[in-house]
Design a protein around this ligand. Structure first.
Ligand code: HEC
Ligand code: HEC
Length: 270
């Protein structure tokens, strides 16, 4: 099957040979050790040295602008209740430390798994009596990036047992489901072809520990769901809607695949 996929992609002119940086990726050389946990490899490992350096230096990392913006929003009152996030949660450096490592997470109030963006908007609606931030708005990206940044360096640790189990199964099914005109699944590229070239890119495992991520290709920071929509297009499959159960369940599966990898938010990628 592996060869059938590779064959189809070569025919489509998509795939070239060569596994640049594969040596480092295998051995954890070049200071990459903490980005490799067992057989899990962060996208950092596959990134160009210049891109890694940009991520590593907070003064150069363009994603830090969103962290700062989120910090401002955290303590700014909004909505009919006249409260800010800080009113209830205090200093985010303490109250939000580690929180993002558990998202997506089952929420008993809505009876399903929700992601961090949805949890933020839930507090905005219920606690602040403010309008939810729209998907991919500057504010939602800023708040999500700020909160996830409070867990930087901590290992991802989502739960997929108990009430989360059925949602995890759905996410797994969507990771392996072949879709679109090229009849590819997420696994076709991010498992089977890991380390191979696709046009100008080296295919990574499609890990999510760095999201929201600043992409040089976007010239801005974006959510994981924006990235997944881009991959759907590469598969020539119709993308789902932002916030759809399909994407949130897939996010849970992706997070679990990377359990143990350190949070990098805001990561920088090509
Ligand atoms: C009126 C008090 C109140 C305000 C104001 C408030 N929250 Fe919350 N928040 C809560 C409560 C209560 C919970 C549920 C705690 C739990 O699940 O253990 C919660 C949970 C959360 C969680 C999930 C924590 C976890 O461990 O899963 C996040 C993230 C969060 N809030 C973000 C925010 C943000 C961002 C804001 C500002 C937009 C905000 N909250 C404003 C009361 C508040
Ligand atoms: C045709 C090949 C292809 C398919 C199929 C594909 N992707 Fe990707 N994906 C890419 C490329 C190319 C990149 C950018 C380089 C990299 O990180 O692999 C990427 C990047 C990603 C990233 C970002 C990784 C990081 O470190 O920033 C995630 C997450 C991701 N893909 C998830 C998915 C999901 C989920 C699916 C299935 C819905 C999917 N991809 C299907 C080609 C693909």
């Amino acid at each position: 099957m592996k060869y059938v996929i590779a064959g189809a992609m070569v025919a489509a002119g998509l795939l070239a040979h060569g596994a640049v940086r594969a040596a480092d990726a295998q051995t954890g050389g070049d200071g990459l050790g903490k980005y490799i946990v067992g057989d899990k490899r962060s996208g950092y490992v596959f990134a160009e040295p210049d891109t890694r350096a940009m991520q590593d230096d907070d003064f150069q990392n363009p994603g830090m602008v969103w962290v700062e913006a989120g910090k401002q929003l955290w303590s700014t009152p909004d909505g009919a209740a006249g409260k800010s996030c800080q009113t209830c949660h205090g200093d985010a450096a303490t109250s939000m430390k580690g929180v993002a490592t558990h998202y997506p997470k089952f929420n008993p109030r809505v009876g399903k798994v929700i992601d961090l963006e949805q949890r933020i908007d839930m507090c905005r609606a219920k606690a602040l009596q403010a309008k939810p931030y729209p998907w991919e708005s500057h504010e939602l990206l800023a708040m999500t990036t700020f909160i996830k940044n409070q867990s930087r360096g901590m290992p991802m640790n989502v739960a997929v047992d108990g009430p989360a189990a059925p949602f995890f199964e759905k996410g797994k099914e969507s990771f392996y489901r072949r879709r679109g005109q090229l009849d590819l699944s997420c696994a076709s590229c991010h498992e089977t072809l890991e380390g191979r070239h696709l046009r100008a890119d080296v295919l990574s495992q499609g890990q999510t520990n760095g999201f929201p991520t600043y992409r040089l290709g976007w010239q801005t920071l974006g959510s994981l769901q924006k990235r997944i929509k881009g991959c759907d297009k590469q598969m020539r499959a119709d993308p789902h809607a932002f916030g759809s159960d399909e994407y949130v369940n897939l996010e849970l599966y992706l997070a679990w695949r990377g359990n143990g990898l350190p949070v990098e938010t805001p990561a920088v990628r090509k």
